[in-house]
Write a protein that binds this ligand. Structure first.
Ligand code: SAH
Length: 491
């Protein structure tokens, strides 16, 4: 049977895709349906029909899955922020675990691997310490703030996102009232005219300190004192600033920060390590889970105080400083210079003297230091961006032969690809921990412990599947439907 755009049909959702969308079949024709979960029977409308598969919109749930739950947020469907609110939290964790293990099996060839632990949140709401609210006007001409609808830049009004802290709402109310009264114009992306682009809010979970930063298309705001007056008596207010971004692009923050009131940073802790966070600093958004994630990495590293540890892709040194508490010496490598400045400052702030940081690409710094200086490591920790480790990093790690490698990953597909290389001969995958840093969303973090094989038996099963299988969507007969890298349908 041929299906086409606007067709309305009933399907059973039988699977879930990588982005949390439900997958069902009608007469062998595969449909991807956002906002549905496994076990739903739903009435859907086809929005885009390709030859062998299509995308449909949920019209009505005819028979809800036992795993379906009522989203807490009233705008969960319209907002592009959360993908899994329709799924009970327990099932969200199961989905994430399956996603990680599935990739390790299919791409990495680790046939019997289990997750040693799945770290979920006791309360999977209001966990974010950072929020960036775009500002604009609605059709009625009122100033609004909220979140972008999925895949667009139209603002769905919402001042109380349930992933953020409660105080955000009061802060936004006061800023928008100031904007109305003092004629601080919202920025219009289409014309490039207007002043206030985004409102960045940060909150230190351990300290209660609050940061407000207005990102503006200019260098000044009208009636600056009125803004400060409106905000400074909110309990916890610590830092108020402006950030200048006059470029016409999608990047939220510009480079220049203009302090208006209070300190130029807020302070927060992960474990007992203190961090100073400025508007431009990278800092993990879920502090409760970050502590669990890094705690697991530290546990896996199994440090006794005698080890030399390399922390590659170290950012502001969060993991490095955590490790430095238990190691003899830690070396961090990171490509972004201001992050390394933060790392050095944070080391000093905590009186940590056994951590040294290098600016540069991991794939250049590590091989160079190894070839020229013959550096050594007992443990190497990597926490790369989504694209995973560069080959040169993997090669050098294999040459350096540390006793342990701890791989922290935000993309289990590239993790599996890299582990396959590392575990070909030299290493064995010992432990896998799955950590939910983003409840209600699809992303998941993984920590893996690899140990050098020397003394132990070989249990690694090498399948022939590889990354190609992740990128290529195939139909039941194995015909190629789509290649994720290009987004193109392949005939
Ligand atoms: N471990 C840190 C940050 C991890 S995010 C933390 O938890 O805070 C990944 C980091 O890798 C980012 O800071 C990014 O700037 C850095 N990065 C990206 N490509 C890199 C490369 N080729 N070499 C070194 N660092 C890189």
């Amino acid at each position: 049977m041929e299906f086409k755009k606007n067709d309305i049909l009933t399907i059973d959702i039988e699977d879930m895709g990588h982005d949390g969308e439900g997958i069902g079949k009608a007469d062998g024709y595969t449909l991807f349906v956002k906002d549905t979960v496994i076990g739903d029977r739903a009435e859907v409308k086809i929005m885009k029909a390709k030859k062998n598969y299509g995308y449909a919109r949920l019209l009505k749930v005819l028979r809800p899955s036992p795993d379906r739950t009522e989203p807490r947020c009233p705008i969960a469907r319209a907002c592009g922020g959360c993908q899994l609110q329709f799924l009970s939290y327990e099932k969200q964790l199961e989905f994430k675990k399956k996603k990680v293990l599935g990739n390790l099996q299919r791409i990495g060839g680790f046939a019997d691997i289990q997750a040693e632990r799945v770290l979920g949140m006791e309360d999977p709401w209001r966990y974010r310490n950072k929020a960036q609210f775009p500002v604009g006007r609605n059709k009625e001409g009122e100033i609004v703030t909220g979140f972008y609808a999925g895949r667009t830049h139209s603002i769905v009004p919402n001042r109380d996102c349930l992933l953020g802290v409660k105080v955000n709402e009061e802060i936004l109310n006061r800023i928008l009232a100031y904007m109305e009264t003092c004629h601080a114009e919202p920025y219009d992306e289409k014309t490039g005219i207007g002043l206030v682009r985004h409102i960045l809010l940060r909150y230190g979970f351990k300290t209660g300190e609050i940061m407000v930063c207005l990102i503006i298309n200019g260098t000044r705001i009208p009636a600056q004192d009125s803004l400060v007056e409106a905000l400074k008596d909110i309990p916890g207010m610590t830092s108020i600033s402006l950030n200048v971004n006059t470029k016409r692009n999608n990047v939220i923050l510009g480079e220049k920060v203009i302090p208006l009131w209070g300190k130029e940073y807020i302070t927060d802790y992960i474990g007992s390590i203190q961090y100073q966070i400025s508007p431009l600093s990278f800092y993990q958004v879920n502090p409760v889970q970050t502590e669990k994630l890094y705690g697991t990495a530290l546990e896996y590293a199994g440090l006794t105080g005698k080890e030399t540890v390399w922390d590659l892709y170290c950012g502001i040194g969060t993991i490095s400083l955590f490790l430095a508490q238990k190691a003899k010496q830690v070396y961090g490598v990171e490509i972004v210079p201001p992050a390394i400045e933060d790392a050095r400052r944070n080391a000093k702030l905590n009186g940590i003297t056994n951590a040294e940081f290098f600016v540069g690409k991991a794939e250049e710094v590590l091989p160079e230091k190894y070839e020229k200086e013959g550096i050594y490591a007992d443990v190497i920790v990597v926490d790369p961006p989504r694209k995973g480790c560069d080959e040169a990093v993997l090669d050098t790690m294999l040459k350096m032969k540390p006793e342990k490698i701890v791989y922290v990953s935000c993309d289990s597909a590239t993790l599996a690809r890299d582990l396959k290389v590392l575990c070909q001969e030299e290493y064995r995958l010992e432990k896998v921990a799955v950590c939910d840093m983003f409840p209600q969303g699809v992303h998941v973090e993984t920590v893996c412990l690899l140990s050098n094989r020397k003394s132990k038996p070989d249990t690694h099963v090498d399948l022939t599947l590889d990354m190609e299988d992740y990128y290529r969507i195939k139909d039941q007969e194995g015909r190629l439907l789509q290649d994720k890298r290009s987004g193109e349908t392949v005939k």
